[in-house]
Design a protein around this ligand. Sequence first.
Ligand code: ATP
Ligand code: MG
Length: 332
Amino acid sequence: MGAIIEVENLVKKFNGLTAVDSISFSVEEGEIFSLLGPNGAGKTTTINILTTLLKPDGGKAYINGVDVVKDPNQIRHMIGVTFQELVLDSNLTVWETLDFHGRLYNIPKTERHKRIKELLSVIGLEDKAKKLTKTLSGGMKRKLEIVRGLMNNPRVLFLDEPSLGLDPQSRITIWDEIRKINRSGVTIFMTTHYMDEADRLSNRIAIMNRGKIVAIDNSENLKSQLGKDLILLKVAPEIKAKTVEILNTSGLLKEIKETSTGLILSSIGKGSAAIPKLIKKLDEQAITVESIELKRPTLDDVFLFYTGREIKEGNDWMRNLTIMRRTGRLIR
Ligand SMILES: Nc1ncnc2c1ncn2[C@@H]1O[C@H](COP(=O)(O)OP(=O)(O)OP(=O)(O)O)[C@@H](O)[C@H]1O
Ligand SMILES: [Mg+2]
């Protein structure tokens, strides 16, 4: 199978800010592909360009060989989209929601009704068909939004933060639905800031930070590229630079990365053998180690390694607002 999405040096600027900074990648047909990154990384902007809602300032993007800028109408017939924020009409029933969407695509009535029944059975909401969407739980609303994107039988389904703000149980059922949809032959392009979501669901992950893709591979390779063992070391901030200098001369380390919380070291040989030697060396130079930890790399470490910060860091108030809207804890 070949690439169904191809992106080359895509750029999007908002006033002075480069939200998407010359990114390139391709997605194979049949994949579940995740764009993983923190708040403001540029994930939604990327999805918006690919789904023809935004025009890029540079670069190219193709879906199934069709240019998203030159032929947006053809693109819209090949894709389904679920947005980051809930956009269900609360005064429509579940059936009407899907029916309305089917009409937008001019799907004939018999086919439309057949499709609605199929999709409701996929998400187990047949008995809710006549209920207003506002009476559904957060997880049910999300499922409905996801299958709404499938009304037109798309080749690619774009999901922007599919499980944002959902409880752990609902997240798992959403993941099951996404897998089911993927198994039926639909390529999935999703964004997420949840490491576990990207890790468990995707065939490949692109890690995005400040508009750039910093790493791209499957989860296993991303982790193993960091080495077998990682050593997390904490020292007082004022001696961090000196510590790096000393560690650089140890001959035991492949790479040293400074992060906001400490240092990540990837060792050449076994981490457990390197630790006592490193501590001795630092001790000789009167460096006090606050903590040192040996661990197998996780996707969190991969992110920390490539970006120097944790994915959870930063201002989260916008996201909380979204979650509150979605769960109904905030009145608009
Ligand atoms: N319409 C817009 N006008 C101005 N700036 C924008 C606009 N849309 C996005 N941005 C900025 O572009 C950057 C990327 O935003 P984007 O929504 O793509 O991030 P994201 O990765 O989806 O973040 P989140 O995880 O919070 O959803 C941010 O700095 C954001 O403030
Ligand atoms: Mg977003």
